[in-house]
Design a binder for this molecule. Structure first.
Ligand SMILES: O=C(O)CCC(=O)C(=O)O
Length: 302
């Protein structure tokens, strides 16, 4: 299940380190906390493809920061570390994913927080199936933009009901926060995945995709939204929602912990070229339900 993709280890791509899958790991089911959503928040998420929920994961900020510190202290002992700052450029833009089986604070959050119940209800799904977690760090001084992108084209899944729950672990000023293109989850075409280091498109032989339009050049066509965030605030967005950041210099440490969730219409989808996470030997073909031993269903509608 480790990556053997040709780009793995190249500058701007994930490094091949440890296997993400621990055969001895046993997920604890039936322990997720309840969540009682406000109908207007669900309506905003369904309409805009993104919504900000204040102060929802405050109790999890310290444990998640502790987990992230393990990740950062020794990135090569964990799965899929990526450095996306050019050599000599200021700051650091780091991400890493699929470490929830190795980092106990991550597993605890996945199994016990209200994220699964929140995900299921915002997606309008009968179930919330866990895909993976993804952590992001920008150090002060970073001037590397996050290229505008949609997440779905990177993934080996397809469907409409999806949500990423992005939890701020630091106070984050809107000026250097992630922004989201309102309504982009309803765009008829997906955009090629991009390398975070330099914004280059990849998998450009995907016939049903196009290059991401120039979002910042045309705010009338592509209205964006972003927020000043406090630790514990959450942004929920669909895997299809276009998002990115400007190159505004990051003033203070910017850490975030993201979990990705699939609804009851999401199935396996073979994509040309590289996928991220680079799951291998999974034994699934187009249209299959995502295997539950790898991607557990953590919440079911009561
Ligand atoms: O933190 C960032 O700049 C990128 C976040 C992102 O791409 C994501 O949450 O999917």
């Amino acid at each position: 299940m480790q990556s053997s993709e040709t780009s793995a280890g190249k500058e701007g791509f994930n490094q091949v380190t440890v296997d993400w899958f621990d055969p001895d790991f046993r997920v604890r089911l039936g322990q997720v906390a309840d969540y009682d959503p406000r109908p207007e928040d669900i309506a905003a998420f369904q309409r805009d493809g993104v919504v900000c929920l204040r102060n929802t994961f405050s109790d999890w900020v310290e444990p998640l920061k502790a987990g992230l510190e393990r990740n950062l202290a020794d990135p090569l002992s964990y799965a899929f570390p990526v450095e996306s700052t050019r050599k000599g450029a200021p700051g650091r833009f780091f991400d890493s994913y699929c470490n929830w089986q190795r980092i106990p604070e991550y597993a605890e959050y996945v199994e016990r927080s209200s994220a699964a119940a929140m995900a299921g209800q915002f997606m309008g799904s009968d179930t919330a199936q866990y895909f993976h977690e993804h952590v992001f760090l920008k150090e002060p001084g970073t001037q590397t933009a996050t290229p505008w992108h949609q997440d779905l084209p990177y993934y080996c899944v397809d469907g409409r009901k999806s949500v990423s729950i992005y939890v701020a672990l630091d106070p984050i000023a809107e000026a250097w926060a992630v922004r989201y293109v309102k309504g982009s989850h309803l765009w008829p075409r997906l955009s090629y995945p991009r390398v975070f280091l330099d914004g280059a498109d990849f998998n450009t032989d995907a016939a049903d995709m196009q290059s991401m339009p120039d979002i910042e050049a045309d705010p009338a066509t592509y209205p964006t939204v972003g927020w000043d965030l406090e630790p514990g605030d959450a942004i929920l967005f669909n895997f299809r929602t276009a998002h990115g950041s400007t190159a505004t210099e990051v003033g203070t440490r910017r850490r975030a912990f993201v979990t990705r969730w699939m609804g009851d219409d999401m199935t396996y989808r073979e994509r040309p070229g590289e996928i991220s996470p680079p799951y291998e030997n999974h034994d699934m073909t187009d249209g299959d339900h995502m295997r539950e031993d790898w991607f557990p269903v953590l919440w079911r509608k009561g």
